[in-house]
Design a binder for this molecule. Structure first.
Ligand SMILES: [Zn+2]
Length: 463
């Protein structure tokens, strides 16, 4: 008899590095190929040899374009993976942007470290380069939502909408008779642009792999905090820096700022999107709206014909490095949205370096800040943070706004799971820091009476 297993190669005990391996006797299907981010011990895992030879993986499924779910693809391809990578159409478009940008950042960081001589390595290497990214991109196979795709005989997948970012999906896998559901990152019905997650699947399910980013929290509406910090900052002639994931967070923030401007809650300040990746993904979002993508809320289609939903009034893009540098330590109040969202890399690092030492400015943290990132240190009240090999003092106002998340909280997860009548064979809780995963596991157990398991790294289970 065939055995079916799942091995957790990442995305456990942490929110990053999602990598789940499904195996039968003669097939290896990897779900997610995420990059580890945050704590150094996690980042170092990106450099360890992959636990199985990548050339033995038959195919890969990706739930959405965020780096912690897709960012390791170029490395797998460099190390021998030759199969196809399945994902939805919009995820495909966004993954292209994300991987190219990631390769560029890896190469730039390696070069920068070499130039400044602060790397411990004589010749710092990039995890992967643009060529590796291009090779990975050539293996993408995009698929429709809701349609069953055959990946191999007796192995198929259906991508359902997860409402987290454009193209994001909940993936249902049929693994030679076993039905396994991966929640991916589960969105929320409050998303201003996207439809809410599709209903949880009906019928018998052998295993569910459930994310738990906010397993120990309940979201509250905190939009007013954003208006308040902007107004405070403008009064003292400062500017506002919002580190944001280039994909989706930028769009959501722009829509929110537009609403605040329209309601006259904040002045119509210049808003700069300083991230080529964010600008590119903004175009993908606009295209999805123009073409009536399944992901987008129906009611938005009419209004966007007359009004750009992403322009609060005075939106400007900074494409080039010169344009970006011109924004350094701005003398006139403005809002700068720049990636990455946790201050781990990209142009936002330079803005942080320039703005943090000045008390008139404000840094607004809006997304999840993983352990070990600069964003987390700032959120925790650090008086200085290390950047480009030196300590930078923090005098600017730093505020973290929690409720703007695009991850479901514990109550929302339970409500989503609870729509099924069937008890899954296994419920694995992943994608959360240990306390958060434990809280989610307990909540699901109490509310729904399901047995839950929080897997450890590299643990393997029969399903
Ligand atoms: Zn995500």
């Amino acid at each position: 008899m065939t055995t079916h297993t799942i091995t957790f190669l990442g995305g456990v005990e942490s929110v990053t590095g999602s990598r789940f391996l499904l195996e039968t006797d003669n097939y290896k299907l990897l779900v997610e190929a995420g990059m580890f981010q945050g704590l150094k011990e996690l980042r170092l895992k990106n450099w360890e040899p992959f636990p199985i030879d990548p050339s033995t993986i038959n195919a890969i499924l990706i739930t959405h374009a965020h780096l912690d779910h897709s960012g390791y693809l170029p490395r797998l391809v460099r190390d021998g993976f030759t199969g196809s990578i399945y994902l939805t159409h919009d995820t495909g478009k966004l993954v292209e942007i994300v991987l190219r940008d990631s390769a560029r950042i890896q190469m730039e960081d390696a070069k920068y470290a070499e130039k400044k001589g602060y790397s411990k390595h004589e010749k710092p290497e990039a995890l992967y380069d643009l060529q590796d990214a291009a090779k990975a991109i050539s293996k993408l196979k995009t698929v429709d939502f809701h349609k069953e795709v055959e990946i191999a005989p007796n192995i198929s997948a259906i991508f359902h909408r997860s409402g987290h970012i454009l193209g994001s999906s909940i993936v249902e896998v049929n693994l030679d008779g076993k039905r396994v559901v991966f929640s991916g990152d589960l969105g929320r019905s409050q998303h201003p642009l996207l439809n809410p997650p599709d209903q949880f699947m009906s019928g018998a399910i052998d295993a569910v792999v459930m994310e738990s980013t906010y397993g120990d929290r309940t979201h509250e509406d905190t939009t007013h905090l954003l208006a308040e910090v902007i107004n405070r900052c403008v009064q003292r002639n400062g500017s506002i820096l919002i580190p944001a994931f280039a994909v989706d967070r930028t769009e959501v923030i722009l829509m929110m700022l537009k609403k605040l401007v329209n309601e006259k809650q904040i002045p119509n300040l210049p808003v700069f999107v300083d991230s080529p990746m964010a600008l590119a993904s903004l175009n993908v979002y606009k295209m999805a709206m123009d073409t009536g993508s399944l992901d987008i809320k129906q009611e938005l289609f009419d209004s966007i014909k007359f009004d750009d939903p992403f322009n609060p009034g005075n939106l400007q893009g900074a494409e080039t490095v010169e344009q970006s540098k011109a924004l350094n330590n701005p003398s006139k109040s403005c809002i700068i949205i720049s990636a990455s969202g946790m201050g781990t890399g990209g142009r936002v690092v330079h803005h942080l370096e320039n703005m943090l030492p000045h008390s008139e400015h404000a840094v607004v943290l809006i997304g999840y800040q993983a352990e070990g990132t600069r964003g987390r240190s700032l959120a925790d009240g650090a008086k200085s943070v290390k950047m480009h090999g030196r300590q930078v003092s923090v005098f600017a106002e730093v505020i973290q706004i929690q409720g703007l998340s695009v991850h479901a909280d514990a109550d929302e997860v339970c409500a989503w799971l609870g729509t099924t009548k069937n008890l899954p064979g296994h419920t694995f809780i992943v994608h959360g820091e240990p306390s958060s995963s434990a809280a989610m596991a307990e909540k699901i157990n109490q509310r729904l009476g399901w047995n839950t398991v929080v897997p450890r790294l590299n643990q393997k289970f029969y399903i």
